[in-house]
Write a new protein. Structure first.
Length: 372
């Protein structure tokens, strides 16, 4: 071994929920693994207090992964002794029987509530004209609690260091990782580094067409009559209230977060990694706030906080996920992946052990690189 180099079995790059889940899966299997991140765990794409767990996806293979993800969260909850997904469920507007084909195929409990039941399934919502799809097994993920649990389980396997590059060395021995703290050689590297995946994967010849954009998530206080109630997660594709949005309660804080969905609702980074001059998030926050005034009388329509986060999308859209593999390296990218972290962590651990992409993960990403 070269004196300037440190040898590893498996290296996981990124200590967000996917990287931590992968590290945890490898630790439980007795694999020697080190997880690298230059930031505190869970402070990149996995940051914030809440995420929506939902079963419904347009791609039925993603529904299958979500079902496995829900079971995985159940196992994590048993280990932790605390709930990681709340009992709120999820409600969707603007969807019909064709939108639940994947849920039907995989036996996911659901029902359509008529407008008369609207106030029962979502008390803080204005009256709607059409049916509402109800997913009772969904709920708000306690994101920070999940990250803290994973960090406690992986222990000292996390190394605080920025990763400059991942390359295949000329001598053909392992995969080389250049970090701020040392040079490493690993038998296998798993790249779960969010916005940095394209740059790091390019060093081993993998082309990852991931786009990043800024996204606003204003927070609103729940009005007094509805405080203490389990308000559901929300997806509105109907456009009946002027915007298409998603929303989620923030744990038991009587606060609700919403964001826009659809085309042109985020501010993309330019080719140099910067926003265009004059870009800002105020218009996006205004649009969400106007939606709240029209659609959600149970919320106070003045934001009490705003989280500006980065969205990462593959060509097929915000629900797409794709994994890439070459000898000694596996990379994964997409968006809305928090809910699938338990099953994706297991699959990525399989890839690291066997140096082969699991078929279920390969098939789930078949459409991810096609424009929606």
């Amino acid at each position: 071994m070269a004196e300037h180099r440190r040898e590893l079995d498996v290296a996981v790059i990124g200590a967000g929920v996917l990287g931590l889940a992968t590290t945890d899966a490898l630790v439980r299997r007795g694999v020697s693994v080190t997880c690298f991140d230059g930031r505190p765990p869970g402070h990149g794409l996995s940051g914030g207090l809440t995420r929506t767990f939902r079963h419904r996806h347009d791609n039925e293979r993603l529904v299958a992964l979500a079902v496995e993800g829900r079971a995985g969260f159940g196992r994590w909850e048993e280990r932790l002794g605390r709930k990681l997904i709340g009992p709120e469920g999820a409600v969707y507007a603007g969807m019909g029987p064709a939108d639940v084909a994947g849920m039907v195929r995989h036996g996911v409990e659901h029902r359509f509530a008529d407008p008369v039941e609207g106030k029962e399934v979502f008390p803080a919502l204005a009256t709607v004209d059409g049916p509402l799809l109800v997913d009772p097994g969904a709920g708000a993920i306690r994101a920070r609690r999940t990250i803290d649990a994973l960090v406690s389980w992986v222990g000292d396997r996390i190394v605080n260091a920025d990763i400059h590059s991942v390359t295949v060395p000329g001598d053909g021995h392992g995969v080389e990782i250049q970090t701020t703290e040392a040079i490493y050689r690993a038998r296998h590297v798993v790249i779960c580094a969010g916005t940095a995946v394209p740059k790091l994967a390019a060093g081993v010849g993998l082309d990852v067409p991931l786009e990043s954009a800024l996204h606003a998530r204003p927070h609103y206080r729940v009005r007094e009559p509805f405080r203490g109630k389990a308000l559901p997660c929300w997806v509105d594709r109907s456009g009946a209230f002027g915007e298409t949005v998603y929303g989620s309660p923030i744990g038991n804080l009587d606060t609700y977060v919403l964001g826009l969905i659809g085309l042109d609702v985020d501010i993309p980074f330019g080719p140099n990694g910067a926003l265009a001059p004059g870009s800002g998030m105020e218009e996006h926050v205004r649009r969400v706030t106007e939606y709240v005034r029209r659609a959600m009388p149970g919320l106070e329509p003045d934001p009490v906080g705003i989280r500006v986060c980065v969205m990462t999308k593959l060509p097929a859209g915000s629900d797409a996920v794709h994994a890439w593999h070459t000898d000694g390296v596996t990379a994964i990218a997409g968006h809305n992946l928090f809910k699938m972290a338990p099953v994706l962590g297991e699959l990525l651990a399989d890839a690291a052990i066997k140096n082969q992409l699991p078929e279920i993960l390969e098939r789930a990403g078949e459409h991810a690189l096609r424009a929606a």
